[in-house]
Write a protein that binds this ligand. Structure first.
Ligand SMILES: Nc1nc2c(c(=O)[nH]1)N[C@@H](CN(C=O)c1ccc(C(=O)N[C@@H](CCC(=O)O)C(=O)O)cc1)CN2
Length: 318
């Protein structure tokens, strides 16, 4: 039976580390870390996640502002608004909640002739305030994976790293599979796992990869990180190697209102050596990781250094 990799102690460990840093920023630099979350439209899941981010900032004594924009805003207007927010010296971190409405996520599919797309919007976030680690310059740093030079590791990737470190999950030289191609979750996790930060061998799977290739890769994987979140996608026990470490980043609400990940949870936990629950696994750590990045952004603004991340193994054994 798998060890359950709960997010709560990892969140507590991150927050324990952040609290004195926040106090010091206030006392020595007169800086209160401040985050602006831009939400476009009122998708209920996004509203819930944004609420958690704002609450978490407030609980830790940081400033937070929620900017809610109409769902029919065009990409150019959104880009200008993001640039305007980012230019304020009182704002240390800026993020745009994803996904964006269709006309901005996928302008081609919605017949739009606008040359500005989602990435142009995200690139309007100043690099030193890009707490989601998603703008062009920040992504290049992750590609290079110079741990000591990284500005921001995206929150979900940082959450997975903090979780693996806390539970002492070895990645170096392991066979890992990352499933999904989302820009904010799977893609940075794939780069992190395969790069210098984790030194694993990574196979990247997504809907265009044939069933045979998927089955072969999954059957050999020591570590699986999945972030698909579609009702027609399920990872079953038979697809996996006994002893696998299973990290479920997906969250999806079923027709009966239950929150689930990509794993067929009970059977998979019978053969995995360790597994994250959904809810209560990676999700809450993502929010704590964002808090960590916001404190980093405030340190950059205060001239208090902070480039690069320090990783250390945690207390728990898988
Ligand atoms: N700009 C961004 N957009 C999105 C990101 C992101 O990192 N930046 N990630 C996800 C959504 N997300 C944060 O925004 C997020 C997802 C899940 C959770 C979480 O705490 N999940 C709980 C369940 C909570 C619930 O649904 O009620 C859990 O798994 O236990 C927090 C944040 C996509 N968009």
């Amino acid at each position: 039976m798998a060890v359950l990799l709960y997010g709560k102690p990892v969140v507590e460990e991150i927050e324990r580390r952040l609290m004195p840093e926040i106090d010091e920023l206030k006392a020595r630099h007169g800086t209160t870390p401040s985050l602006v979350v831009v939400q476009v439209g009122d998708d209920p899941a996004s509203t819930r996640y944004v609420g958690r981010k704002i609450q978490s900032c407030e609980r830790l004594g940081m400033r937070a502002q929620h900017v809610l924009l109409r769902s029919d805003i065009g990409p150019a207007a959104l880009r200008n608004e993001v640039a305007r927010i980012g230019a304020s010296k009182d704002v240390h971190g800026v993020l745009v909640q994803l996904p964006l409405p269709r006309q901005i996520e996928d302008p081609d599919a919605s017949g739009g002739a606008d040359p500005i797309d989602k990435f142009d919007v995200l690139d309007a976030i100043p690099p030193e305030k890009d707490v989601d680690g998603i703008a062009a310059g920040t992504v290049a740093e992750l590609y290079r994976a110079r741990t000591r030079r990284l500005t921001f590791l995206p929150s979900t990737a940082l959450a997975v790293k903090r979780l693996m470190d806390y539970y002492r999950i070895e990645t170096r030289g392991k066979r890992a599979v990352v499933i999904g191609r989302n820009d904010i979750t799977s893609k940075p996790i794939m780069l992190m796992l395969g790069g210098r930060i984790c030194d694993a061998s990574v196979t990247w799977l997504h809907r265009h990869v044939s069933k045979d290739i998927q089955e072969e890769a999954l059957a050999k994987a020591d570590i699986v990180v999945t972030a698909v979140g579609r009702a027609d996608y399920r990872i079953t026990r038979e697809m996996l190697k006994p002893g696998v470490v299973f990290i479920d980043v997906a969250t999806r609400v079923t027709e009966s209102g239950k929150l689930v990940g990509d794993a067929d949870f009970e059977p998979v936990s019978e053969i995995a050596s360790a597994i994250t629950p959904v809810p209560g696994g990676v999700g809450p750590i993502t929010v704590a990781a964002l808090m960590e990045n916001t404190v980093r952004a405030a340190r950059f603004a205060a001239g208090a250094g902070g480039l690069g991340y320090t990783f250390h193994q945690g207390p728990a054994q898988p």
